[in-house]
Design a protein around this ligand. Structure first.
Ligand SMILES: Cc1cc2nc3c(=O)[nH]c(=O)nc-3n(C[C@H](O)[C@H](O)[C@H](O)COP(=O)(O)O)c2cc1C
Length: 443
């Protein structure tokens, strides 16, 4: 496991808090998923789901999340929305119907505690609730009662057989544009039962249909049928990572509004250790090159260095810095300092432009290549990756050009220092554009 598990307590209920791998290496705020049953779905004592979840984090399929497992008092009371008589003679225990009190605790006390203690993104669009069986039932009830608190709803093998639940959903017939609801059920669930639980699969389908009829689109609502699976936690645990992926990895989640993206992007100087995926960078650059380019010269090329590849730049800088240091006793120290500085950057991109002999074309090409850089900067920011366009003088030195194989007639526009931000600097205010705009509508 790459993240951390912490035992915590809020108002006498035990919590199992999972913090994702970058939690300690960044200053970011993380989305939160509240998980019923003490977090058994991810607790390594019962489940191997965290390994799969962390793989999905690394692949960018799920944004890094905080998971908060909440221990129930009595799950038959906490996870039922109203009282109901026992349904089987073997376990002749009634359902207490304390779901309103339980959800009030999660939405208020527990959430306030978690938001104050951990770096969470407390907004509803970054808060979800999920559980298995009765935990799936109470999550669906939460979607109806607290859509302004939880917008990512996970109902894994939810107990839609529970007396009154389907009719409650039919009567309430709710629709909220911000909600995303994941439901699943195993095709064999209830097959061996002689009571109402025999209706597990058809009632789950009915609950799903009610939501679909209320206006939830396929982007907002899914029912996944796990063929051959019974009502067992091993199946639920196995589906949990996929449920998180469906709930959190939709385009709408990662795509920021353009205005926000432009205004919130910052030049980033400090990075976490997290590696940047070169395949992702290539994909983003493939969009970035759709920059306006008057002569369609597309004069750019890019060298992306990472891992051991950075040594090429680091060594060149060391040589240049040592050569230019006049005090012989300081040469090594200065050289090492710059070498280490370069090696600490997760990835560098050297932006190179073919220089046209024609001045006008050369200027236009410089402008176009700058646009490519900024396009990339915005696309990367959207994926949580930051950069600074660096134009230190040594990019023009022969040692650097030789190390990087820069050809005569090529100009280096800069090195982009790329990585996941360890800190996001404050915005440097811009002069309102109105002060620099002259409006002319008269002859
Ligand atoms: C052509 C260009 C060259 C830059 N060179 C450097 C540089 O060498 N070092 C640096 O720290 N920032 C450099 N920057 C980033 C600016 O300092 C930064 O954009 C500015 O401070 C505003 O901050 P912001 O990008 O976070 O809004 C450069 C930006 C541009 C457009």
């Amino acid at each position: 496991m790459k993240g951390q598990l912490l035992a915590d307590v809020c108002h006498h209920r035990a919590l199992l808090v999972y913090l994702p791998p970058s939690y300690d290496k960044s200053t970011s705020r993380f989305p939160v998923m509240y998980v019923h049953d003490g977090g058994d779905l991810f607790d390594p004592a019962f489940s191997t789901a965290l390994d799969a979840i962390e793989d999905k984090f690394a692949e960018g399929k799920i944004p890094e999340l905080i998971l908060v497992g909440i221990q129930p008092g009595n799950r038959r009371d906490d996870y039922t929305p109203w009282f109901s008589k026992a349904i089987s003679l073997e376990r002749n225990i009634d359902f207490g119907g304390q779901g309103d009190a339980y959800l009030s605790y999660v939405a208020n006390e527990c959430k306030a505690y978690i938001d104050s203690k951990y770096r969470t993104d407390p907004r509803p669009e970054k808060t979800g609730i999920i559980g298995f069986s009765l935990g799936g039932l109470i999550s669906m009830y939460a979607a109806h009662q607290y859509p302004d608190v939880f917008t990512k709803i996970g109902s894994i093998s939810g107990s839609y057989w529970y007396e009154g639940m389907v009719s409650f959903m039919r009567e309430k017939k709710m629709y909220h544009p911000g909600l995303r609801i994941y439901m699943d059920v195993g095709s064999k669930e209830g097959a061996k039962k002689q009571n109402i639980q025999k209706q597990m699969v058809p009632l789950t389908k009915e609950a799903h249909q009610i939501l679909a009829d209320s206006g939830f689109t396929a982007d907002q609502l899914v029912l996944f049928m796990d063929e051959g699976a019974d009502h067992l936690s091993k199946y639920a645990n196995a589906r949990f990572p996929g449920a998180l992926q469906w709930l959190w990895n939709e385009k709408e989640e990662t795509e920021m509004e353009l205005t926000k993206l432009i205004r919130e992007r910052r030049s980033i100087h400090r990075f976490t250790d997290r590696e940047v995926d070169p395949a992702l960078v290539t994909e983003l650059m493939d969009t970035a090159v759709w920059a306006p380019n008057y002569h369609m010269t597309q004069p750019w090329r890019f060298i992306v260095t990472y891992g051991e590849g950075k040594k090429r730049i680091a060594e060149a800088v060391r040589i240049m810095k040592e050569k230019r240091e006049i005090d012989p006793s300081k040469k090594k120290e200065v050289g090492d300092k710059f070498y280490n500085k370069i090696m600490a950057i997760p990835m560098l991109m050297t932006v190179i432009m073919e220089e046209s002999p024609n001045l006008i074309t050369r200027q236009d090409d410089f402008a176009s290549t700058s646009i490519v850089i900024h396009n990339f900067s915005l696309l990367a920011w959207e994926k949580g990756i930051g950069l600074t366009w660096e134009t230190y003088p040594w990019i023009h030195e022969p040692e650097f050009r030789e190390a990087m194989g820069i050809r005569p007639g090529e100009k280096v526009l800069g090195n982009l220092h790329i990585g996941y931000p360890a800190a996001i600097p404050n915005a440097q205010p811009r002069i309102p554009a109105a002060e620099r705009i002259t409006l002319v509508d008269k002859a």
